[in-house]
Design a protein around this ligand. Structure first.
Ligand code: CTP
Ligand code: MG
Length: 225
């Protein structure tokens, strides 16, 4: 297997609230998780998707992904980092060359992102899509502004993030808890991570209203594929 993709779906969606985790909510009639998997697979560069979810939801996830080149779902952990580790361990026997790690809560990845990541991985150990920060940044304590933080060179990291598989597995096995994304583990160990262009449309469904806004922009076809 050349390229595998972890589909991270073991979160509980606590900030969004509601009866069930956001990855199962319908977006244009299909679960967010299904959109995320199809987005990864659309360009034909990913060989297999490996979903990671709560133990009780494995069968449900496999059903949502029916018909796609997905491996059976494996059980994640209490943190995203633990869940990624579980997914990487499950992929070890398949020995992929590259692994992408993608949030199931990101239903939209534009065409070309996966190709850009894989191209960057020819020269670096990691590659991530990112958007330059557009807003003016303020450092504040409570509601008191202390100062303006220069935004030059600041980017918002998105997923899928791409890595050479053996390196990411080794870093996760050695890692202390507390990384908020996978590229962090490479940065901390001194490995090269490249940026590729991210997309305004690549939103992580996180807060109430995000799903409705996503559906509105997809309906209006404001998200070019
Ligand atoms: N995730 C995971 N395992 C965890 C926590 C998160 O696989 N223990 C996944 C989520 O399912 C999500 C992605 O990582 O697709 C990004 O996490 P986040 O947006 O924080 O999702 P949740 O943890 O579900 O949401 P919240 O933090 O609001 O509870
Ligand atoms: Mg979370």
């Amino acid at each position: 297997m050349r390229v595998a993709a972890l589909l991270m779906a073991a979160g509980r969606g606590e900030r969004l609230g509601g009866a069930e985790p956001k990855q199962f909510l319908p977006l244009l009639g299909r679960p967010v998780l299904r959109h995320a998997a199809e987005a990864l697979l659309r360009d034909g560069l990913v060989d297999r998707v490996q979903p990671v979810c709560a133990a009780a939801e494995r069968e449900r996830v496999d059903a949502v992904l029916a018909g796609l080149p997905a491996l059976p779902a494996v059980t994640g952990g209490a943190t995203r980092q633990e869940s990624v580790r579980a997914g990487l361990e499950a992929l070890e026997s398949h020995a992929p060359f590259f692994v992408l790690v993608h949030d199931a809560a990101r239903p939209y990845v534009p065409a070309g992102t996966v190709a850009a990541l894989l191209a960057a991985l020819e020269e670096a150990e990691g590659a991530i899509p990112a958007q330059p920060v557009a807003d003016t940044l303020k450092l504040a304590e409570g509601d008191v502004v202390r100062r303006t933080v220069p935004r030059d060179g600041l980017f918002r990291a998105q997923t899928p993030q791409g890595f050479r598989f053996p390196l990411l597995l080794a870093l996760h096995r050695a890692a202390p808890e507390g990384a908020t994304d996978d590229a962090f583990l490479l940065e901390a160990a001194g490995h090269a991570v490249r940026l590729v262009p991210g997309s305004e449309g690549n939103v992580k469904i996180t807060l109430p209203g995000d799903l409705e806004r996503m559906e509105a922009s997809m309906t209006a076809m404001m998200l070019p594929r």
